[in-house]
Design a protein. Structure first.
Lengths: 338, 54
């Protein structure tokens, strides 16, 4: 049976739209599982017999069915809350429904013997930034001195050790968990990486509420987004220092800074590939700084990072095509399973 | 209500300065974010188990 690619994401994922088009053009249409429509718009029937799971998942509106044995590659993309046929559930019933749906779906997916971009175990294991830093340092990257504390005086002490000041960085969620509460309850819509100086001393008592992450600020010549897809590396130079809006955190896309294709030195490129592979990932988007002195400094790896914004600004970096090729090669047995 | 955490105090200060991330025309955004009709970043989907990472 010819295999198919399964894309697990949500209905608003533009990356999935474009990669799916490429897969359909080069191979056969992938099956898309939109979590924000699941289980409301999907029918599922799977049974365990003879030592394995068999069965199918059908997208009811499109009348498109996928059997488990047909899955040759899975692209684990973005998350979404589940949607149930009767509408929003509440309280304990919602908690149970979410947990049960999550367990059944992930349990079935994990039973698949196929190519993954990337396997849920690898995704979960690779997501923790403090661990990433230690691993990156072990692999030869420079990593900024960092500190976590809930003690005000310790923050000030750490700041005194920093030649160029400190930044505060939220490690879990740059948008301060805004989606976790109803819109009328939102009191903040995000905090980017922020330089912390003496002007913030008045609010430093607030670190007592929960440990916070601080890092030495690293002067930048420019920044790099190094995206690993399978065995390939796509590096973009981000001229973040050309505009004050992006000097500390380049994610404010309204600043018209330049993006260019970059070629990393072979040892740096090798390190990026090895870092991503060390988790068993087949994709990773690394954020690096190039210092004025020419040193590459590791900031973080995003195991399901966005790449379209880079490709749109640097069209020669055809990452959409690379992801599609990787998944098709995985589905057709030309790439190893993990 | 007074913000208790350092991140939220920073976010509050940022809000007073009117600074919000904005998208660039025709360009997708970075991170687990979407863009609202005014071209400003908003939070993307949040999963109860947080099993996907940006």
């Amino acid at each position: 049976m010819p295999k198919r690619v399964l894309i697990v994401t949500n209905s608003e994922d533009l990356h999935a739209d474009l990669v799916a088009e490429r897969i359909a053009a080069d191979y056969r249409p992938p099956f898309r599982l939109n979590l924000d429509e699941y289980p409301a718009c999907y029918a599922l029937a799977c049974g365990f017999a003879g030592g394995r799971w068999e069965g199918w998942l059908r997208h009811v509106p499109a009348d498109d069915a996928l059997s488990l044995e047909e899955v040759g590659a899975v692209w684990m993309r973005k998350k979404a809350p589940f949607r149930f046929p009767s509408g929003p559930l509440a309280g304990q019933e919602k908690a149970h429904a979410d947990a049960e749906t999550n367990h059944i779906l992930l349990g079935l997916l994990r039973s698949l013997d196929c190519y993954w971009m990337s396997h849920p175990d690898s995704l979960r294991g690779s997501a923790w930034k403090p661990e990433q830093m230690q691993r990156a340092a072990r692999m030869g990257f420079a990593v900024p001195a960092s500190f976590v504390t809930n003690i005000r005086s310790e923050v000030k002490g750490f700041r005194e050790t920093a030649g160029h000041g400190l930044v505060f960085k939220a490690l879990s969620n740059v948008m301060t968990a805004a989606a976790a509460v109803p819109p009328e309850e939102r009191v903040a819509v995000g905090v980017p990486t922020t330089r912390i100086g003496e002007e913030h001393d008045d609010m430093l008592d607030a670190v007592a509420e929960l440990p916070c992450f601080f890092q030495h600020y690293v002067p930048k010549r420019h920044e790099l987004r190094a995206t690993v897809i399978g065995d390939s590396l796509f590096a973009a130079r981000i001229h973040s220092q050309d505009d004050p809006r992006t000097a500390t955190d380049w994610r404010d896309m309204s600043a018209p800074i330049r993006y260019e294709a970059a070629e990393l030195a072979p040892d740096v490129a090798r390190r990026c590939l090895d870092f991503v592979r060390s988790y068993g990932l087949s994709f990773g988007a690394l954020d690096l700084i190039l210092t004025p002195g020419g040193e590459h400094v590791f900031l973080e790896n995003n195991p399901v990072g966005q790449f379209l914004f880079v490709e749109q600004l640097v069209p020669e970096l055809d990452m959409t095509g690379a992801v599609a090729r990787c998944l098709v090669e995985g589905a057709t047995g030309k790439r190893s399973a993990r | 209500m007074e913000k208790k955490t350092f991140a939220f105090r920073l976010a509050e200060e940022r809000g007073k300065n009117g600074r919000k991330w904005q998208a660039r025309d025709g360009v997708a955004v970075a991170g687990c974010t979407l863009v609202d009709p005014r071209g400003q970043y908003k939070q993307g989907f949040n999963h109860p188990d947080d099993w996907y990472y940006c």
